[in-house]
Design a protein around this ligand. Sequence first.
Ligand code: HEM
Length: 81
Amino acid sequence: TSTFPLYSKKDVSKHASMESRVWVTYEGEVFDITEFIELHPGGSRIMLAAGGALEPFWALYGVHKNEHVLEILKEYKVGEL
Ligand code: HEM
């Protein structure tokens, strides 16, 4: 049983800048990755996914197909879709 709040895709889309905080989704979960932006090894490209799904970008950049990346993402979970 999950204790995370539920959000809609529309809710997530409102968090697409540093000012409004940066949220993304992955496999039905919602993450606030604002604090990770400056730590991202791939630089500011990460902002392309701001307010939406990671899947299309991670399909392009296979470097993310890695348990280590999911461990990082997990730390930033704030909700579910
Ligand atoms: C590299 C995490 C989103 C583009 C990496 C690496 C990590 C990471 C850990 C280093 C992987 C390694 O070398 O083993 C994340 C996380 C993301 C995210 C946690 C979302 C929360 C994105 C997005 C894009 C992207 C949306 C593109 C639009 C890249 C690129 C690299 C990279 C191009 C390779 C950088 C290089 O080696 O020069 N990312 N990433 N990432 N990421 Fe991301």
